[in-house]
Ligand binder design. Structure first.
Ligand SMILES: [Ca+2]
Ligand SMILES: [Ca+2]
Ligand SMILES: [Ca+2]
Length: 279
């Protein structure tokens, strides 16, 4: 037995479980709206025979409407409303199933995304690193952000205090991870993680020799303005600026060297670890 393809969606789309939930809720809302129109039409039918519907230009005089006529109309309205009530019960079942789907589709998740492409910091003259920005595309996460940490992998620079490093989320929030911090000693092949819950900000100067470590986002001084396409100031100071937002989309890391002489690389690119929570 064959069955027609309904709906005919061209071009083909693909949606995640999470994306279907608002569509299902919208479909329930549209059906409720249709039922409201039907009930309104029944009410207007009653108004019409009673002569109280004044926008039609047509009214019955009371003598034309018998008690039998009124009872017939009443019966008709009653039958229609009975069908509406049946449909409302089905919609309630549908709504309860969607609520179950929300519970099943969303569990707190922690995931790490990496762009391994090296970021070259040609800091002999002031200017942006390459690439600028370095993107990470995040997809497939349910819920909203509960926590974000960012890691710069295998980073070297002969004067880390030259750096202004800005992270911009897919919804436009941003945080300055490290700016004018770290001082003058070389860092070689270190991995820096930024976490609001770290014990300390980036020390100035970073002690030498330096080992990989986790720091709070650290912005020394004021007045940084990164060149476009980075957003302009003001810049966020904590990673919790992303909390409660949708994690999916393109995250961008803007690395800028704000002083001549001294260069570096972030040879292993960078990573984001995102923890989400159910709405
Ligand atoms: Ca420099
Ligand atoms: Ca600064
Ligand atoms: Ca700066």
């Amino acid at each position: 037995m064959s069955f027609p393809d309904i709906p005919n969606i061209t071009p083909l789309i693909s949606v995640t479980t999470g994306q279907t939930i608002p569509l299902l809720l919208s479909s329930i809302a549209l059906e409720e709206l249709a039922l409201a129109h039907i009930m309104n039409a029944e009410a207007e039918k009653l108004q019409f025979v009673l002569g109280t519907l004044d926008n039609t230009g047509v009214t019955f005089s009371p003598a034309e409407v018998s008690l039998g006529n009124l009872l017939d109309v009443n019966t008709s309205a009653q039958r229609t409303l009975r069908d509406v009530i049946k449909k409302e019960m089905l919609l309630e079942f549908k709504f309860e199933n969607v609520l179950d789907l929300i519970g099943a589709s969303c569990s707190p998740t922690s995931a790490t995304f990496t762009n391994p492409q090296s970021i070259i910091i040609n800091g002999d003259t002031e200017g942006p690193a390459s690439p600028y920005p370095s993107p990470i595309n995040v997809s497939g996460l349910n819920g909203t952000i509960a926590k974000v940490t960012a890691t710069l992998n295998n980073m070297s620079h002969t004067f880390p205090g030259d750096l202004d490093i800005l992270l911009v989320g897919p919804q436009g929030q941003n945080v300055m991870l490290m700016s004018d911090a770290g001082g003058l000693f070389d860092i070689v092949g270190v991995t820096l993680t930024f976490d609001d819950d770290a014990a300390t900000p980036v020390p100035t100067p970073i002690p030498s020799p330096f080992v990989s470590n986790t720091f709070q986002p650290t912005n020394i001084g004021a007045g940084d303005v990164l060149p476009g396409p980075a957003p302009g100031p003001p810049y966020g100071s904590v990673l919790s600026v992303f909390d409660g937002t949708n994690p999916n989309g393109t995250w961008n890391l803007f690395v800028f060297d704000d002083a001549g002489a001294d260069s570096g690389t972030i040879a292993g690119g960078w990573s984001l670890t995102i923890t989400t929570t159910c709405p």
